[in-house]
Design a protein around this ligand. Structure first.
Ligand SMILES: Nc1nc2c(ncn2[C@@H]2O[C@H](COP(=O)(O)OP(=O)(O)OP(=O)(O)O)[C@@H](O)[C@H]2O)c(=O)[nH]1
Ligand SMILES: [Mg+2]
Length: 206
């Protein structure tokens, strides 16, 4: 189980498979350097970054799915912990950002589906909706994608969002965290804060 969650009444969580760039997105959102790395499984405990006076925080959660050198039991445990964290704090979570590696997400989703499994990203997106956390999908690593519109349409299709992706610009945010290009995600977050009557938080995403 994850420990020591600060007691804050508004929170944005970053979730997603290992190595998709969650901690890099977190760095760009907060200006604070969190450990990132080329190997999946870098983040093992939540990284919280908070503003006590506003009772608000961003939380970068450990990644799930494939991690080199990590037993499948342990991987399942991490995923269960992430799911439990979101369930326990759903009332306070304004939005969950599902971070995807835009280059590989569709292939991985299709591979899992062909094997008769529910892909992690699809499961997580559906789960967030189910617990009433209106999710945002941050499609990261756009620097590695040539046919971006087509790729974004495919991602929408797999998540049950009817293409073209431009119809979902409040939900789907193409970003390149490594280069600091997260404007589309900040726009989506602004929209969610506004919808929750929390315009006081807009300063954290502009
Ligand atoms: N090409 C490219 N690489 C990126 C981008 N964003 C992050 N990366 C790289 O992807 C790797 C993983 O990044 P992390 O931020 O550690 O990923 P994570 O999702 O936090 O990983 P875990 O903590 O293991 O779950 C690092 O080598 C990053 O530099 C991007 O926009 N483009
Ligand atoms: Mg990380």
């Amino acid at each position: 189980m994850f420990e020591d969650r600060p007691d804050r009444d508004a929170e944005v969580v970053l979730v997603g498979r290992s190595n998709v760039g969650k901690s890099t997105v977190m760095r760009e959102l907060t200006g604070h350097d969190f450990s990132t790395g080329g190997k999946p499984g870098v983040t093992r405990q939540p990284n919280h970054y908070d503003w006590v006076s506003e009772s608000f925080m961003f939380t970068d959660l450990p990644g799930f799915g494939f991690m080199s050198g990590v037993e499948s039991d342990r991987r399942e445990e991490i995923k269960t912990d992430v799911i439990r964290y979101v369930e326990d704090n759903a009332d306070r979570i304004l939005t969950g950002v599902v971070v995807l590696d835009g280059k590989s997400a569709v292939d991985i989703i299709d591979r899992h589906t062909e094997r008769g499994n529910v892909p992690h990203d699809v499961e997580m997106f559906g789960f967030l909706e189910e617990v009433g956390v209106d999710p945002i999908v941050a499609v990261n690593k756009t620097d590695k994608i040539d046919d971006l519109d087509e790729r974004l349409d495919d991602i929408c299709d797999r998540l049950g969002l009817f293409p073209p992706w431009q119809q979902w610009s409040d939900t789907v945010a193409p970003i390149c965290a490594k280069r600091g290009d997260i404007g589309a995600l900040e726009d989506c977050l602004s929209e969610r804060f506004h919808a929750h009557n929390r315009d006081d938080l807009l300063k954290f995403v502009s």
